[in-house]
Design a protein around this ligand. Structure first.
Ligand SMILES: [Zn+2]
Length: 593
């Protein structure tokens, strides 16, 4: 027996065998029931959703002598005649018969009455491929059709049809078939042909079908040819999906921002013969799964991956930020698009890989993230301070003012020093562009206004100067006061301080290279010392060059941090650097721990 493809073998013969499209079927069944058959229909929708199948069932049903619930009975003389192929049902593929001559031919033949049944049905597939003159010829027929003629036009692109044609047809839209319905259908088919299958393999095939029953069954057929039993591994091999673990390793490197590792992994996969387009598709699919696993509680059910694969996806999701996954997806999606127009797909892919894994190169996003982090920290500080002040003992305004003055007696002079120093430096440098020394309007207000003392003063002190800063200013040793409560030993949040540093640097510094280098640094507190870390020796050397060091020093002065260091993560570089560091910052306490 000749091989019959699954799709043809399981092509529905009645409306009830159809997968979904109930909305279309209901309209057609009602028309068959009432005998009110139109003379022109337009079936639109994505490929493989059943347009031609429905057209064929409908064509037989309207000719059937006693249709069962709208479907052809298959037993009456008309059904039997039509089953063997009849002149009464003509299928025309407009993609290959798109000329005016074919349409004229149709116009002539349509005049002859049907041989077996009541109607002559013309199914014109891919009708949008007709030429303009062919459309005109068809239009003539649609305008004055003989009573026995029914036209069913099928197309994936209805927007390409002339309005004159559209207005003469009853339009029915076919929809993509949901994955779970495709799955159910595939399981029915597999049970019938007696194939064993893994649940995950069926899900993978249904997903690959992307809403089209025909596509799904074609893929299933390939998979069955590949191995006797349908396994998930077999299916991914047939679908050309890269080995999951390899893609997983690549995506993991991308989300950990390990540029070198990501490029290495890419090279490895491409060297194994994977096409760039397929790899990009695989990365996108995996990123999508990771995002679903990250955001969705029912991810395991939604993704329906084998257990260990889901565990890998979940692991990736747990370790990455949603923003990073989204950013990677966006860049990859753009890359997929760019691949269509490029002659060097590999370069496009690798550029994308580098962009994803080095977010600091993306100045805008990085800048926003840094600023956002700083803002969040400031907000947190304000909230914390607000609580502290409201919890403070009830005292009169004057008392608080006095106590503030007393406790912070070391502060005003230092601030003056700082301003003075700034001005002095500006004079020395002859630099008029220096930003004005930091003002403390709220601080002044708190001293002189009649308003009751609120947390505004604290807020201002704290938001303008992160907690650690204040500590640095308060020489020789911090006095216990309201502000210091709760964070006496721990210096302020390094992220907030770093955010302040970066903003001030951007405002002050005209050297784009330095700003870029700095935005890449990590910041931590080492005891009282605010430390900027880099694991790149070149960056470290560059930061220690006199003009860069001077600028960094200046910025730290502006934000009032006296204790700071630039360190290499690399131990040897660090030791090398200590001597250099001490020379560079000889006016400051350099503490090596
Ligand atoms: Zn019949």
């Amino acid at each position: 027996m000749a091989h019959v493809s699954l799709y043809r073998r399981f092509r529905p013969r009645t409306f009830d065998e159809l997968v979904r499209q109930e909305h279309v079927v209901r309209v057609l069944k009602n028309q068959i029931g009432s005998g009110a058959i139109g003379h022109a229909y337009l079936f639109t929708g994505p490929r493989g959703t059943g347009k031609t199948t429905v057209a064929r069932i409908f064509a037989r049903a309207i000719n059937c002598e006693n249709p069962k619930d709208g479907s052809p009975c298959g037993k009456c003389p008309a059904c039997l005649a039509l089953a063997g192929g009849s002149m009464d049902i003509s299928e025309i593929d407009a993609a290959s018969n798109n000329g005016v001559n074919e349409m004229r031919d149709l116009r002539e033949k349509v005049q002859y009455p049907p041989v077996n049944g009541r109607y002559k049905v013309y199914i014109i597939d891919e009708v949008h491929m007709l030429t303009d003159s062919a459309f005109n010829a068809l239009l003539k027929t649609l305008e004055e059709p003989p009573a026995h003629a029914v036209f069913i036009l099928a197309t994936t692109e209805p927007q390409k049809l002339p309005a004159t044609i559209l207005s003469r047809c009853m339009r029915l839209d076919f929809k993509l078939i949901p994955e779970e319905d495709l799955e159910k259908h595939l399981i029915r088919v597999l049970d019938e042909v007696g194939k064993k299958y893994e649940k995950e393999a069926v899900s993978a095939i249904a997903r690959a079908g992307a809403g089209s029953d025909r596509d799904m069954l074609s893929i299933a057929e390939m998979c069955i040819a590949y191995s006797d039993d349908l396994t998930y591994e077999g299916v991914t091999a047939v679908l050309g999906a890269a080995d999951f673990q390899e893609t997983c390793g690549l995506v993991s490197a991308l989300l950990r921002f390990e540029c070198g590792e990501a490029i290495e992994q890419t090279e490895k996969i491409l060297a194994a013969g994977k096409a760039v387009g397929v790899l990009v598709r695989n990365i996108l699919d995996l990123l999508n799964q990771v995002l679903v696993a990250k955001t969705c509680r029912t991810a395991e059910k939604l993704l329906s991956l084998p257990k260990e694969l889901f565990a890998a996806v979940k692991n990736l999701a747990d370790r990455a930020e949603s923003s990073a996954i989204l950013r990677a997806t966006e860049i990859m999606a753009k890359t997929e698009n760019e691949l269509r127009y490029t002659a060097s797909p590999r370069i496009v892919l690798e550029t994308a890989i580098v962009r994803i894994s080095t977010p600091s190169q993306d100045l805008d996003i990085d800048a926003l993230l840094v600023r956002m982090d700083a803002l969040e920290q400031e907000l947190k500080t304000i909230k914390e301070t607000g609580v502290i002040v409201s919890a403070a003992p009830q005292t009169t305004d004057v008392q608080i003012h006095a106590s503030e003055r007393g406790e912070n007696s070391a502060q005003p002079p230092v601030k003056e020093d700082r301003s003075a120093k700034l001005v002095q430096e500006a004079e020395e440098n002859g630099d008029d562009d220096l930003p004005p020394p930091m003002e403390e309007p709220m601080f002044e207000e708190a001293y002189f206004s009649d308003e009751p003392y609120t947390f505004k003063a604290h807020k201002n002190e704290n938001s303008a100067l992160p907690k650690g800063v204040e500590k640095a200013i308060e020489e020789p040793k911090p006095q216990p006061n309201v502000l210091q409560k709760g964070n006496s030993a721990v210096p302020a949040n390094a992220v907030a301080t770093f955010g302040l540093f970066m903003r001030t640097l951007r405002k002050t510094c005209r050297n784009g290279v330095l700003v870029t280098i700095c935005s890449d640094l990590e910041a931590e507190y080492d005891g009282d010392i605010f430390v900027l870390y880099t694991d790149n020796d070149t960056v470290l050397r560059s930061l220690r060059r006199e003009e860069h060091a001077a600028m960094v020093r200046q910025v730290f002065e502006q934000i009032g941090i006296a204790n700071f260091e630039v360190r290499g993560r690399n131990q040897t570089a660090k030791e090398d650097g200590i001597a250099q560091l001490k020379r560079d910052f000889k006016d400051y306490t350099v503490e090596v721990k």
